[in-house]
Design a protein around this ligand. Structure first.
Ligand code: SF4
Length: 327
């Protein structure tokens, strides 16, 4: 049953089950609601890099930190479309464009992003964007251009938020998610673990996501990839068991969501990633870079799919069109 009235205590009980029992429960729910063995492959491209005025403690793109990231203005529409086509040809069915902006501004850059959205949408891929905060009017424009999904992560719990970001509030995050939801664009929202939060913070973030009026269709679970020059550069690596607990709990709470095994894969073995798929993860990001941080290459991922017998998932968009054509 899909529920969005989860109590914190109930989530705690799920989260703290013996790990193999938790994985078994998550795998059982995953089997009921999704095609197990199918994993969606997505590509994330940074279309505008660095120089961001925000202070997200994990992010090498914040202008105030001294990292190796070179700021780059918005890419040309053609260049982005070329990247999208390459991603499609190598098996991605979802293409996400990320811009290091605090919020969308109504200017020429936004007009160009709308052109990118139209172009990628015409390729038959699910097109997603992560452009910072947005207003209802901007969400509407993105929807009309063909945007399928909008990513805006909660990052962490409401309590831990001011340890990670001080330049905006948790309520700003939630307002943006509401604007996205109201426009009819599908919602992608998750978080990052390994940023000095407690287990309570992890449970609390999952509680916020699972009690939204409608679950996000997509929930990325990221492990911090610490970057030199950021305040979190010395954070310890999270263990696979911590990732498995997050993924499995997310799967139990939000059975139909695409749970995306996102940043941090580069530091995981194939066996560890297999455990995450068993626990209910059903999507990965492909390509050797995730915005600005390293990610396993396409060849390694293809070998993993073959070894584990995984099938790349069709885009939801194509599936919806096929269903319409049947009637
Ligand atoms: S996460 Fe986004 S908003 Fe935060 S500093 Fe990085 S680019 Fe800016």
């Amino acid at each position: 049953m899909i529920r969005n009235d989860w109590k914190l205590e109930e989530i705690k009980d799920i989260f703290y089950k013996p790990v193999l029992e938790l994985v078994y429960e998550a795998a059982t729910i995953h089997r009921q609601y999704n095609e197990t063995g199918e994993v969606q492959v997505c590509t994330l491209l940074s279309v505008k890099t660095g120089g961001c005025a925000e202070d997200c403690a994990y992010c090498p793109q914040a202008a105030r930190y001294h990292t190796n990231v070179k700021a780059q203005k918005l890419l040309a529409v053609d260049e982005v479309l070329k990247n999208a086509l390459e991603a499609k040809e190598s098996g991605s069915t979802r293409f996400c464009m990320g811009a290091a902006w605090r919020e969308i501004r109504d200017n020429r850059d936004f007009d160009n992003v709308l052109e990118m959205v139209k172009g990628v949408n015409n390729m038959g891929m699910e097109v997603c964007a992560t452009l910072g905060m947005l207003t209802p009017e901007q969400a509407e424009k993105l929807k009309n251009a063909g945007l399928y999904a909008y990513n805006h992560n909660l990052d962490t719990s409401a309590d831990h938020y001011d340890q990670i970001i001080t330049t905006r509030k948790y309520s700003d995050r939630l307002d943006t998610l509401e604007n996205v939801r109201k426009s009819g664009i599908s919602v992608c929202s998750g978080g990052i673990i390994g940023m000095g939060e407690t287990e309570y913070d992890r449970i609390s973030m999952l509680h916020t996501l699972a009690t939204l009026p409608q679950h996000p269709e997509s929930v990325p679970v990221n492990a911090l990839v610490p970057v030199e020059g950021t305040p979190l550069e010395n954070q310890e690596k999270v263990s696979v068991w911590e990732m498995v607990r997050m993924i499995a709990t997310a799967r139990v709470l939000m059975p139909k969501a695409m749970v995306r095994l996102s940043a941090g894969r580069v530091r995981m073995t194939t066996e560890e990633q297999a455990l995450c798929f068993l626990a209910g993860a059903n999507s990965i990001f492909a390509g050797d870079k995730l915005l600005t941080t390293p990610n396993p290459g396409t060849i390694e991922d293809k070998a993993m799919f073959q070894l584990l017998g995984l099938k790349p998932r069709k885009s939801f968009k194509i599936e919806e069109l096929e269903e319409i054509a049947l009637y």
